[in-house]
Design a protein around this ligand. Structure first.
Ligand SMILES: Nc1ncnc2c1ncn2[C@@H]1O[C@H](COP(=O)(O)OP(=O)(O)O)[C@@H](O)[C@H]1O
Ligand SMILES: [Mg+2]
Length: 382
């Protein structure tokens, strides 16, 4: 019954969210429902209460309905958000991405801020630690990952599954340790080829990313980095549905004026329950060989965005010709020049991510949610 009560904030049934702690039915038809809220003073509680009452009052034998409120522990809040995320996933096809893979999507409000450069260099820096890292170029219309990694040619496949291109990356932590590997998929590998085109028959461009996730045999991966198209459209929402475990890294430039655009990417994340794990400021001050610093594109943008959306500023990547030259040549600076200021910044970011960049506190809202008692408890029949 209560499954029909939709949380006004998360738009998911309060039962599915585990918000119903307990239901007590007395012999005289008096029903008491305990609802757990994220904060006891939740302004939406009145709405939840009246919905619970109206759902139960109509039932035969029910004479009165009381709603009591409790407050969730931080663990319960986290579990509830998890559930909201998985709920959003319902109906989506299973993906080929192993559940043990940590998925990091690189987002930005607009193009040209260095999202793809960050994706390939961060992927390379992670692989240089001996890790296996998938790179999914989800910027269907503006793909640049193949050029930046110096990879081309059609993707192979077998048994209806596509195989990613792979690239070995020497281990920079210990030259004697096993190399890392990049597994790369991009729209750029699919165009202009009949055989592959056939495999991708029926492909609708906006569905391409879903197909990349379901039809590519990714195999084991420690990380999957996704270069999202700029903005907040269908692709982002599709990703949230298919891979609700995705965490977002938002890239911005140091220009404070650019923040409003970047904030939208974070808003999209909130609406789709994706976690924003950090802000990356790219094209930060240029460090001249003599050590002098030049804030070519202004300063403070990354910190301003981080403060705005409540996520940490996790990296400042300096503006440096080696980044663009490396991108054009297909040799990421993180591989060719790891000691350069930009190369070092990418490696420091990789180290920080591996050391586990903790997801931020789950959303600030007050909505209720909690444990799964209701499903086991007897339906509210007198
Ligand atoms: N830190 C940097 N220093 C110098 N050039 C950069 C840096 N980051 C990106 N670029 C260059 O800026 C341009 C846009 O970067 P790109 O990664 O393609 O952005 P996006 O994917 O957000 O559109 C590219 O030519 C790239 O080489
Ligand atoms: Mg790009």
């Amino acid at each position: 019954m209560l499954a029909g009560v939709i949380d006004p904030e998360l738009h998911v049934s309060i039962v599915d969210l585990g918000m119903v702690d307990d239901i007590v039915v007395s012999d005289d038809g008096h029903v008491t429902v305990k609802v757990a809220l994220t904060t006891a003073g939740c302004p939406l509680r009145g709405q939840i209460k009246s919905e619970v009452q109206s759902k139960l009052r109509g039932l035969p034998g029910v004479n009165a309905v009381d709603v009591e409120y409790g407050e969730m522990t931080p663990e319960q809040k986290t579990a509830a958000m998890q559930r909201a995320r998985w709920n959003a996933r319902e109906g989506a096809e299973p993906t080929e991405v192993p559940s043990s893979t940590r998925v990091l999507a690189i987002a930005s409000g607009k193009g040209g801020v260095g999202k793809s450069s960050v994706t390939v260099n961060l992927a390379a820096a992670l692989a240089a630690r001996g890790l296996t890292v998938g790179v999914l170029d989800a910027d269907i219309w503006g793909f640049s990952v193949p050029r930046m990694l110096g990879i081309d040619g059609r993707l192979g496949g077998a048994e209806g599954k596509i195989h990613p291109h792979t690239l070995e990356v020497a281990n920079q932590l210990d030259p004697n340790a096993p190399a890392g590997e990049l597994k790369v998929v991009s729209m750029g590998f699919l165009v202009d080829d009949e055989g592959t085109a056939l495999m991708w028959r029926g492909l609708i461009l906006t569905k391409a990313v879903e197909q990349f996730l379901t039809d590519v045999r990714w195999g084991e991966m420690d990380y999957l980095l996704i270069d999202l198209p700029p903005g907040t459209g269908d692709i982002q929402m599709g990703l949230a549905r298919m891979l609700p475990q995705s965490e977002l890294l938002v890239v911005t430039t140091p220009a404070v004026a650019a923040q409003r655009v970047a904030v939208r990417a974070a808003d999209m994340a909130r609406r789709s329950y994706l976690k924003v794990v950090g802000v990356i400021e790219n094209m930060s001050e240029f460090v001249a060989p003599n050590g002098e610093r030049y804030a070519v594109f202004g300063e403070g943008g990354g910190a301003a965005l981080a403060a705005d959306i409540g996520a940490p500023l996790v990296a400042k990547i300096p503006l440096e010709p080696t980044v663009s030259a490396g991108g054009d040549a297909g040799h990421p600076v993180a591989i060719t020049d790891p000691e350069s200021p930009a190369g070092a910044a990418f490696h420091a970011l990789a180290a920080q991510i591996v050391a586990d960049l903790a997801p931020p506190i789950e959303m600030a809202g007050c909505t209720a949610r909690m444990l799964d008692l209701i499903e086991q408890s007897a339906p509210a029949k007198p």
